[in-house]
Design a protein around this ligand. Structure first.
Ligand SMILES: CC(C)(COP(=O)(O)OP(=O)(O)OC[C@H]1O[C@@H](n2cnc3c(N)ncnc32)[C@H](O)[C@@H]1OP(=O)(O)O)[C@@H](O)C(=O)NCCC(=O)NCCS
Length: 182
């Protein structure tokens, strides 16, 4: 789905542009993902494990843009992508047609400015408009920043997956499974 560009003022007075990601953003998106993945231990991939070529990334972004039940938003500031958030169907099968999945990330220098909340608000509105009945996500149990964002937006924990993540030192962390009923 296409989301037309919208300018928002942040709490520090800076402005960001929120819009849907386009295939032309592929190079900038790859740069964003590699940098962002290097700033948090809480996502599934390491930067090295994000290996799409620009062509592959452009194809993925085009697919998301052309899917009326999917929305991938970017936030741009200072000439670069500083956040990305997306929502898409759990699957094409009729019995899971009512379920959406959500993911969100913001570059560390731009945390605590309201960007995550602004993107979340827009994705929830989109999900309601599409007719999804619930939004689901998984969050690493120590990712308190993300957990707070989700709880504030009406998500609740419905389960805990033990040993959801394993780190290079051999330690594990659990994941929380969360859902928001729409
Ligand atoms: C989790 C994440 C998306 C949050 O994004 P963010 O843009 O920092 O979120 P917000 O700025 O909307 O909210 C963060 C905090 O700033 C506060 N804040 C935001 N705008 C504010 C304002 N105008 N005035 C006062 N406080 C404000 C919020 O209340 C919130 O506080 P809290 O964490 O104590 O509850 C971000 O930290 C991130 O990308 N982390 C790494 C990737 C990740 O973990 N993704 C989730 C995977 S499940």
């Amino acid at each position: 789905m296409v989301y037309n560009a919208e300018t928002l003022a942040l709490r520090n007075g800076r402005k960001i542009t929120v819009r849907s990601a386009e295939p032309e953003d592929a190079a900038a998106m790859l740069q964003y993902m590699k940098a962002m993945l290097g700033e948090t231990p809480f996502l599934l991939r390491t930067p090295e494990e994000f290996n799409y070529t620009e062509e592959e990334e452009a194809r993925i972004l085009g697919g998301r843009r052309n899917d009326p039940r999917s929305l991938m938003l970017t936030a741009e500031a200072d000439g670069q992508i500083v956040a990305c958030a997306d929502i898409s169907s759990h699957g094409a099968k009729s019995r899971v047609w009512h379920r959406a999945e959500l993911g969100i990330s913001v570059r560390k220098d731009y945390w605590r400015l309201g960007i995550g909340s602004a993107l979340m608000e827009r994705l929830i509105a989109f999900a309601k408009q599409i007719g999804y009945e619930q939004i689901e996500l998984t969050v690493e149990s120590k990712n308190l920043r993300a957990l707070r964002l989700y709880l504030r937006n009406g998500f609740s924990v419905y389960g805990t997956r033990p040993h959801g993540m394993k780190y290079p030192d051999g330690s594990y962390d659990s994941d929380y499974l969360m859902v928001k009923m729409l």
